[in-house]
Design a protein around this ligand. Sequence first.
Ligand SMILES: *[C@@H]1O[C@H](CO)[C@@H](O)[C@H](O)[C@H]1NC(C)=O
Ligand SMILES: *[C@@H]1O[C@H](CO)[C@@H](O)[C@H](O)[C@H]1NC(C)=O
Ligand SMILES: *[C@@H]1O[C@H](CO)[C@@H](O)[C@H](O)[C@H]1NC(C)=O
Ligand SMILES: *[C@@H]1O[C@H](CO)[C@@H](O)[C@H](O)[C@H]1NC(C)=O
Length: 406
Amino acid sequence: MWQGSGKFLIQLASVLLCAFEVTTRRLVVSPTTFDVRSYGASADGVTDNSHAFLRAWNAACSSSGDVELLIPPGTYILNPVKFKGPCSNVNTLTFYLEGELKASNDLRLYGKGDDWIEFGHVKGLRVTGGGTFDGQGSAAWAYNQCPTKKYCHILPISVKFMRLNDTIFYGIKSVNPKFFHIAVLQCQNFEASQIYMEAPEDSPNTDGIHITRSSGVSIHDSIISTGDDCVSIGQGSTDVFISGIKCGPGHGISIGSLGKYPNEGDVRDLVIRDCNISNTMNGLRIKTWQNSPSSSSATNITFENIQMSNVRHPIIIDQTYCPNNLCDDDKVPSRVSISDVHFKVINGTSASPVAVTLNCSPEIPCQNINLENILLNYVRGEPSTAFCAFASARFSGPNMLPLPCN
Ligand SMILES: *[C@@H]1O[C@H](CO)[C@@H](O)[C@H](O)[C@H]1NC(C)=O
Ligand SMILES: *[C@@H]1O[C@H](CO)[C@@H](O)[C@H](O)[C@H]1NC(C)=O
Ligand SMILES: *[C@@H]1O[C@H](CO)[C@@H](O)[C@H](O)[C@H]1NC(C)=O
Ligand SMILES: *[C@@H]1O[C@H](CO)[C@@H](O)[C@H](O)[C@H]1NC(C)=O
């Protein structure tokens, strides 16, 4: 009898210990988890999971503290879906993507202006877990009219982050979006790192990360190979820090295009540094539309320590941007003022002879453009050149190539 109850006590103790371990692990390490499979999701590669994901999102969002929406390994088909806040009692909401999400290919399922996946009005969102967003874009690219029409119907962006505060986007892969891979719109404090993006070099408008009207954005340590800009920083963006990006193929790292619409916000306080750009159309670019409907500015922008390899236009400010002559009146100069721009320690090779182009607005010339320690060799061997129009530019440093324009 004593033996029996001794054994029982030991068993009880170990059960209690176990329970304690489980409880503490839960409390300390893992947040409350909402597994999409418990809400009807199926990784069969056929079923649309948007309703199941939304049910799991709504459960997580209306919960409290640190919560996790778990998408275990497997391939999940997902029609367009909007994950909305506010999630009032939630501290952090982690979208933990281990699996692969595949976008629907039926464009009729996407309403006008709809993107594929939108996260909106949340504070403390984390999107991580090593999984993949596959936009299945190859079937949609033929329907993209933007390269030939100024006001075009825009295809769905793969993942749109809209009006979020304090977001972390970490360790995720994005492939073949129908339009941009990622858009960051009206967000405050957004950090992306360890992101891997891939789409064919000739896929239209597949920008890697596009930022508009956001502040406190940091994009770092990521690899972007795509058909358009690796990173593009649009109107109203301030306090943006880009570093450690391996970019190419693609169109490089761009500010703009600016000045397309009325009442655009100013762009200021940007740092782009420690990046490698190879086999791209542009390297570092600021582009503004001709005939801008209203005035705005782009100022305090630093590009530093950038390695270029076989880049067609390594450094380019283009204020006559008007792709395929889509402008209503190509005689009217841009009204975006560009000032206080620093290009420092930019090395490597240019695929065209003109390595530096500063083509500014005749109405508002560029002010205080500094090029310091630039060494860009034309791949064919002859010296590279610089072109300047309506730009007040200062070239400095030893072994400068191209030589300053006069
Ligand atoms: C984000 O912060 C701004 C103020 O900085 C606030 O107005 C807005 O409601 C916040 N949004 C969310 C989703 O928390
Ligand atoms: C850029 O290339 C250099 C070697 O040329 C390497 O040391 C560095 O890590 C690379 N940086 C990125 C962001 O790829
Ligand atoms: C320029 O931008 C940098 C980076 O955001 C910032 O630290 C600096 O204070 C800004 N300079 C001015 C004059 O605003
Ligand atoms: C750029 O070239 C200069 C001079 O050749 C060299 O001192 C510097 O280390 C190079 N920087 C990079 C980032 O390659």
